[in-house]
Design a binder for this molecule. Structure first.
Ligand code: GTP
Ligand code: ZN
Length: 234
């Protein structure tokens, strides 16, 4: 085993064109839902450390195992994934995706370090500040001089190639994400909705995603009345 600093292109497994993504190492990741394997990759151009969680035999190259892989392409959200923020649905979606994969016994989560839809954590905090003062999630990005969504999914192609995965059943509410992956030549056999984590704090945010970013979230779920009915029924 080598320290990260000592890894050179000639000593580590390579993935993707021009070796832009380097596989570093993998380890077991036991969770309450399943014992996943965690794979770590380094993106040379940015120094970003991307992760892939896997469960079961994935490779579509094996003819006995060529069914699409249940997958989530998750964009980093430190506030939602690690700090329990209810401003968004990210943490709940990540948890549900892991549960779904555990139930299926096979699947993968591509955890991309594209915090804040690609604007980075500090700019996301600026955007949240603007939202505290009334802006919506799209307007806040624009007020800061960014497009609404700056994410780039091209790394997914390299990551999937590493695992010899060519077909996905993708857990997402975002048709633009499906289209971006399809445009990269990734086969998406099915889009599986991932509607969870709705709270009074994120109804407006989710409503904006539905209206301005094209996310598929049934309108009746976005009313505070529905939420309080669900709470009463629980
Ligand atoms: N700039 C900005 N980024 C946000 C905001 N809220 C969440 N994010 C980021 O948005 C990304 C997740 O994108 P979402 O729009 O929630 O969902 P999605 O990935 O497009 O679609 P799903 O697959 O359905 O989750 C993460 O990188 C979050 O950090 C916000 O108000 N402003
Ligand atoms: Zn989030």
């Amino acid at each position: 085993m080598q320290l990260l600093e000592n890894i050179t292109p000639s000593t580590a497994a390579q993935t993707g064109p021009l070796n832009r993504l380097e596989f570093i190492d993998a380890c077991k990741l036991p969770t309450q839902w399943a014992n996943f394997t965690l794979h770590a990759f380094l993106e040379h151009a940015t120094g970003k450390e991307h992760l892939v969680l896997t469960l079961g035999e994935l490779s579509n190259a094996n003819s006995a195992n060529d069914s699409p892989v249940l997958a989530r392409v998750h964009s980093e959200c430190l506030t939602g994934d690690a700090l329990f923020s209810q401003r968004c649905d990210c943490g709940a979606q990540l948890e549900k995706a892991m549960q779904n994969i555990a139930k299926e016994g096979r699947g993968m989560i591509l955890y991309l370090r594209q915090e804040g839809r690609g604007i980075g954590l500090l700019n996301k905090i600026h955007a949240y500040h603007l939202q505290d003062e009334g802006a919506d999630t799209v307007g806040a990005n624009q007020a800061l001089g960014f497009a609404a969504d700056l994410r780039d999914y091209s790394l997914c192609k390299d990551l999937l190639a590493h695992f010899q995965v060519s077909q996905l059943c993708l857990m997402t509410n975002n048709p633009a994400k499906v289209e971006a992956l399809q445009n990269l030549g990734i086969e998406i056999n099915e889009r599986i909705p991932l509607i969870t984590g709705l709270t009074p704090h994120n109804l407006r945010y989710l409503g904006t995603k539905a209206k301005k970013l094209g996310h598929v979230i049934p309108e009746h779920l976005l009313s505070s009345q529905t939420l309080s009915n669900q709470k009463d029924a629980a």
